[in-house]
Design a binder for this molecule. Structure first.
Ligand SMILES: Nc1nc2c(c(=O)[nH]1)N[C@H]1C(S)=C(S)[C@@H](COP(=O)(O)O)O[C@H]1N2
Ligand SMILES: [Mo]
Length: 321
């Protein structure tokens, strides 16, 4: 995999500067070690997962919420499903072939920390308590590529209501599943697994914060973060944690995965701002993964009308990484 040749769907080097360029040498070494250990993915097994019927399939397609409109075409699934980031499975972009062992059921979701009553519930029980809808959102990766996706899911504020946090809770910390037998790179001890992300309660209850279960009018394929992932379209894509198994309410700002990996470049807030360059590249524009066209990046990825008020008075603070 280290010596793989470039495929047509891969972005030019200039456009796709990975989050982990800094780590690429050790990441590459890690991947090499995994290969040697015989833990390489088995593409043939990917088919098996697709064959497992999804018990939530009848909930799709959900009604589209007309409030969230796009200024660009929806990215064809043939593109968005082969250009993914899911480091647990692959440090490259075509993740699906490495997900042969991943199962989306059973899937338990834990809600704990500063809540009235901690609970653990299966994803299908959770789905009975919420209303699914479809939303068309823009998605902007910190690596300066973008796409537009028809996500299906439910407002995160509904999960917060379900959790019933106590008055002292200020943040929600989210955690991805941890199972190195399923996710080969979770054996790579140089990374702080499981993947962790966090939002302030104000952000989590903002109308845009969306917990995603599906895409393109059906349950989400595994590489999109099934069966439950976050989407915060005004923030860089790395905030949109996939494969969530735990929501913990807390009064302490969570330490997120990329912040822990490389705090000098990534922080807790990660709001999109074309005027604040990444230490290693500009954020002024982005490349559409479907067309290869570049367009200027917008403040808050164009969602300022919904979220700018959350940061009023803090514009000069470190809220852009
Ligand atoms: N658990 C987990 N969640 C994750 C990631 C990851 O590596 N692991 N990558 C993030 C990054 S960097 C991006 S850009 C988006 C990519 O989402 P997509 O593959 O659906 O485009 O997922 C985010 N969520
Ligand atoms: Mo990303």
């Amino acid at each position: 995999m280290l010596i793989r040749s470039k495929r047509g769907w891969e972005l030019p080097e200039s456009a796709a500067t990975p989050e982990a360029v800094y780590l690429s040498r050790r990441a590459v070494m890690g991947a090499g070690a995994l290969m040697l250990a015989g833990l390489a993915s088995r593409p043939a097994a990917a088919q098996r997962v697709a064959d497992v019927p999804d018990p939530s399939a009848s909930l799709y397609p959900a009604k589209t919420n007309p409030r969230y409109t796009l200024d660009r075409p929806v990215t064809p699934e043939a593109k968005s499903s082969v250009v993914n980031n899911y480091y647990e499975f692959s440090y490259g972009k075509n993740v699906a072939p490495s997900m042969g062992r991943f199962q989306r059921r059973p899937w338990l979701v834990k809600i704990d920390g500063m809540v009235e009553k901690p609970q653990e519930l299966g994803i299908d029980d959770l789905l009975k308590k919420v209303q699914l809808e479809e939303r068309l959102y823009r998605h902007r990766c910190v690596e300066a590529w973008s796409m537009a996706v028809p996500w299906t899911g439910f407002a995160m504020k509904d999960l917060v209501a379900l959790a019933n946090p106590t008055s002292g809770a200020k943040f929600v910390r989210m955690e991805t599943f941890l199972d190195p037998k399923v996710a080969p790179n979770q054996k790579d001890f140089r990374y702080p697994w499981p993947y962790v992300e966090g939002l302030t309660l104000e952000e989590a209850t903002n109308e845009l914060a969306f917990l995603v279960t599906g895409v393109y009018g059906k349950p989400a394929p595994a590489q999109f973060g099934a069966p439950l992932r976050l989407v915060t379209p005004w923030k860089y894509g790395f905030k949109s944690i996939k494969g969530i198994v735990r929501f913990s309410f807390t009064d302490k700002q969570p330490l997120s995965y990329w912040e822990e990996v490389q705090g000098a470049e990534y922080g807790f807030w990660a709001n999109v701002n074309p005027k604040v360059p990444h230490p290693r590249w500009s954020q002024a524009s982005e490349e559409d993964i479907a067309t290869g066209n570049r367009r200027p990046t917008e403040l808050f990825n164009g969602y300022g009308e919904y979220v700018a008020a959350l940061y009023a008075g803090r514009e000069n603070q470190k809220i852009w990484y």
